[in-house]
Design a binder for this molecule. Sequence first.
Ligand SMILES: Nc1ncnc2c1ncn2[C@@H]1O[C@H](COP(=O)(O)OP(=O)(O)OP(=O)(O)O)[C@@H](O)[C@H]1O
Ligand SMILES: [Mg+2]
Length: 271
Amino acid sequence: MTTPLPAPAVCLTELAIAFALKGGGRYTAVEGIDLAVAPGEFVAIVGPTGCGKSTLLNATAGLVRPVAGRVEIFGRELSGLNIRAGYLFQQDALMPWKTALENVAVALEPKGVAAAKARAQAEQWLRRVGLAAFTERYPHMLSGGQKKRVALAQMLIRDPEILLMDEPFGPLDAQTRQLMGNLLLELWAADRKAVMFVTHDLEEAIALADRVVVMSAGPAARIIGDFRVELPRPRDIAEVRLEPAFHHIHKEIWSQLRVEVQKAYAQGEAG
Ligand SMILES: Nc1ncnc2c1ncn2[C@@H]1O[C@H](COP(=O)(O)OP(=O)(O)OP(=O)(O)O)[C@@H](O)[C@H]1O
Ligand SMILES: [Mg+2]
């Protein structure tokens, strides 16, 4: 007897998403998207600006409805919000009137966790992301990298089975990005979740992921490339970039991505 394969954590099938435009008409952002992410798999999504990367994450989170196709989460069609996923947004989403500790603890509120227990867990999580000494700081008293650590703790404390991350380290300087990347890999290795990680940085995508998926320029953007990254784990974000296999796969993916980036740029120029 063969054991059935586990359902993918995320399965997008023939997915299309369109937006109604002011003054009539609609804009089809993505179309014909087929993407499956296995439980525990780390998938990075790259593509030119405006191609629909955030839109794909929003559809997986249940924040936008597809006009065609399906979103399945662990084998079940998604209707409403995806409560099995945690989302790290492209923009900062910490509450400025709450301390780091309160920002993390509040994530447990919907689960009905008692306040004292939530604070204790939040403290543990802030320690895990290296912020034990910063629990009582408000977001404006934290650096960009520290805020991202708080946001990471805020997402992970809920123990979601799927992590949706939208250019989470985008605004950070190069060294801080590397530190955050290594921290993320360490946390992920301890307790493997399925990850959809959007980035415009191809090197970051390869260094982190098991697979890199390439999207075409929009409108009606599609997935045009799907590359397996065979680099061994555990990885160090800075060191893995020095390996010949890294350069090889980077060259392969970039030759495809570059064409799409140029197309998107030309469209922008044309207005
Ligand atoms: N609510 C909306 N109404 C109309 N168009 C929208 C809406 N949301 C997104 N779009 C359009 O859909 C396309 C995809 O947007 P999306 O934010 O997913 O791109 P992205 O790949 O995440 O870009 P970036 O890399 O710049 O973050 C863009 O052309 C955008 O202008
Ligand atoms: Mg985006």
